[in-house]
Design a binder for this molecule. Structure first.
Ligand SMILES: NC(=O)c1ccc[n+]([C@@H]2O[C@H](COP(=O)([O-])OP(=O)(O)OC[C@H]3O[C@@H](n4cnc5c(N)ncnc54)[C@H](OP(=O)(O)O)[C@@H]3O)[C@@H](O)[C@H]2O)c1
Length: 128
């Protein structure tokens, strides 16, 4: 069975992932940050990614987020699945925000030059 654990990067989600993996289930750890989901998953020998990615096609979705975030997270995922859109503040949005910040920083070190994002030169501006 494919089991997606939303917020599976926490203590409860990781413990559950370990147990389900030992029972030969196909386990996916979800996170608001896809990279963090992949990293925590690889430590446990399971799959991982963004919450909205891992729930697709799952036979069972376990909500293991911090308790005060459970209802909002569930509502966002239901909307994202029904409308085939990304949830508010998805990991893709986070990547774009990071690109914008890095772009402004690189532009400053390039003498205020206008730069296109995603940046072609991805080295740290102080290392160039
Ligand atoms: N720990 C236990 O022993 C235990 C036992 C039984 C039941 N539970 C229940 O299991 C659930 C998870 O417990 P936990 O101790 O593992 O919780 P936790 O570590 O505090 O949080 C789990 C994950 O929730 C995500 N998260 C945090 N804030 C969020 C927000 N505002 N919106 C969406 N996601 C958010 C984080 O993942 P990302 O930052 O990677 O998205 C975090 O790794 C809770 O409902 C708890 O009551 C826990």
């Amino acid at each position: 069975m494919k089991v997606a654990i939303v917020g599976g990067t926490g203590a409860f989600g990781r413990a559950l992932a370990r147990k389900l993996r030992s029972l030969d289930h196909e386990v996916y750890i979800g996170s608001r940050d896809a990279q963090r989901g992949r990293e925590r998953a690889s430590e446990l020998g399971v799959q991982g990614g963004a919450n909205e990615e891992v729930v697709r096609g799952a036979d069972l979705v376990v909500l293991a987020t911090k308790s005060n975030a459970t209802l909002d997270t569930a509502r966002e995922l239901v909307d994202a699945i029904e409308q085939n859109t990304e949830p508010t503040a998805s990991s893709r949005d986070a990547v774009w925000v990071t690109e914008i910040i890095q772009g402004a920083y690189a532009s400053h070190f390039a003498g205020g030059k206008r730069l296109a994002i995603p940046l072609v030169d991805r080295r740290h501006p102080l290392a160039i």
